[in-house]
Design a protein around this ligand. Structure first.
Ligand code: PTJ
Length: 256
């Protein structure tokens, strides 16, 4: 058996000219996330589902995804109290980018997990702090409010997700998204599956990989941050999630 076959996957050298180089590097980041206690093992399965959709999308930001990202940037800039929710996959894939987006929006970052343990929350918080985060919510004994959900995603911060008018939920399962919408909040989802409950129930769904969507949002926020309130409102009003999702499906099927 070749020597490298016994090395952990995360340590294998993927040649840069490998046709699936980027995709394999993303997988490695998640495997490392599991090894360091940030990402849940189930997060790998969730990633596999996302990866399959990304393959069908063509691993690119489609026109509809860019329109969603622009509307999301406008909504976050217009928000009074925006909060970025972070889970184990997001922390492993886009720590720097999430922190940068929070910084330029002056938005809080709240750790909110489905497979919640204090240990994982601490590992994610330490990981984000090591990447420069300073405004983190969600660590013990923080969660001091609850959403009407029968699982640990219900644990939120009164001054964070509970009070937010706009919540970014990158990579998520559906019931929290619907609950937040029912509470009157605007929810921006990033989800590669345009058919998921999250995608269908969010106010704005960006059908794109978080590794592309968050950097795009950073750029868009910087582009439109000087716009007047009316101009931001116009961008938000012009956006329609139902037709954006229809376009996303057409872009997958027709590879437009
Ligand atoms: O860290 P935790 O404990 O909060 O757990 C997080 C996971 C992701 C495990 C949990 O939220 C989960 O099980 O999610 P689901 O129900 O599998 O949904 C994940 C959704 O994200 C699916 O619709 C995937 O298509 C999508 N997805 C996966 N990877 C990406 C993605 N969307 C955007 N970018 C990705 N990289």
């Amino acid at each position: 058996m070749p020597e490298h076959a016994n090395r952990p996957l995360a340590k294998m050298l993927v040649p840069k000219n490998h046709p699936r180089y980027q995709s394999l590097k993303i997988r490695e980041r998640l495997v490392e996330g599991v090894a360091s206690g940030i990402t849940s093992q189930v997060g790998l399965i969730a990633h596999g589902r996302g990866e399959a959709f990304d393959y069908l999308i063509g691993e690119r930001t489609t026109t509809s995804a860019m329109e969603g990202a622009r509307a999301a940037a406008a909504m976050l800039l217009a928000a009074k109290n925006p909060v970025l929710s972070v889970n184990g996959n997001v922390a492993a894939l886009v720590p720097n980018e999430t922190i940068e987006l929070g910084r330029i929006l002056d938005a809080a970052i709240e750790i909110n997990l489905f497979y919640r343990t204090d240990e994982r929350v601490r590992a994610i918080a330490d990981h984000l702090r090591a990447h420069g985060a300073s405004n983190l919510l969600g660590e013990h004994p923080d969660p001091d409010a609850a959403l009407p959900l029968a699982h640990p995603r219900s644990l939120v911060c009164r001054d964070g997700i509970h009070a937010a008018d706009v919540v970014l939920v990158p990579l998520e399962d559906g019931d929290r998204c619907q609950t937040l919408v029912d509470m009157g909040k605007s929810v921006i989802a990033i989800d590669l599956n345009p058919l998921s409950r999250t995608a269908q129930s969010a106010t704005i769904t960006i059908v794109d990989n978080v590794v592309r969507a968050i950097p795009n949002m950073i750029e868009l926020v910087q582009q439109i941050r000087g716009f007047s309130e009316d101009r931001l409102a116009e961008i938000i009003l012009r956006y329609d999630n139902h037709s954006a999702l229809q376009s996303a499906i057409a872009e997958i099927v027709l590879r437009k």
